[in-house]
Design a protein around this ligand. Structure first.
Ligand code: SF4
Length: 158
């Protein structure tokens, strides 16, 4: 099993103090009201991300990035885990942005960071102290929301 994704981009703010190669996976079924990324709802949108393609992207950006970030993809658990393992084997950190409130344990053991929680337009994103979303450093076991508030980072849909 695999999934489709948009062409990956390098991002600087989504994971604090890391340079991340960001893969936005299509097929999100969370259905947040006010979602800014509804193009990610259609699982047929984008290009197939096989392990081979993923490795090619890593090779292209190796040395420039410190982290691989997945916006979604938890709905294809095995496909996601395979790529997290590939990334970590090459010395990269890993992060998942999910609209769910919990991350499957089999996935989280291959993650350094996770952002959890639906997008709620009344409570805003990580830059809002009232947000329902949490950015978690899974290695340290604490949340890092304060870093987003200080730096004024805007919500990025997962
Ligand atoms: S999880 Fe992200 S992409 Fe999915 S519906 Fe919610 S805001 Fe949109």
């Amino acid at each position: 099993m695999t999934f489709n994704c948009l062409p990956p981009t390098i991002v600087f703010q989504e994971v604090p103090n890391e340079i991340s190669l960001c893969f936005s996976i299509t097929g999100c079924q969370v259905g947040c009201k006010g979602c800014h990324s509804t193009e990610l709802w259609n699982k047929n949108f984008g290009q197939q991300l096989t392990n081979t393609n993923f490795q090619q992207w890593i090779n292209k950006y190796q040395g420039l990035i410190s982290t691989v970030l997945f916006m979604g993809g938890e709905w294809q658990k095995n496909a996601l885990i395979e790529k997290l393992i590939l990334a970590q084997k090459q010395g990269l950190k890993t992060c998942l942005y999910t609209g769910e409130n919990i991350v499957d344990e089999q996935i989280s053991k291959h993650l350094n960071y996770a952002k959890i929680g639906k997008w709620d337009p009344d409570r805003g994103g990580l830059n809002n102290p009232d947000t329902n979303q949490q950015f978690i450093d899974l290695t340290a076991g604490n949340t890092l929301n304060h870093l987003f508030i200080k730096e004024g980072i805007q919500h990025v849909a997962a």
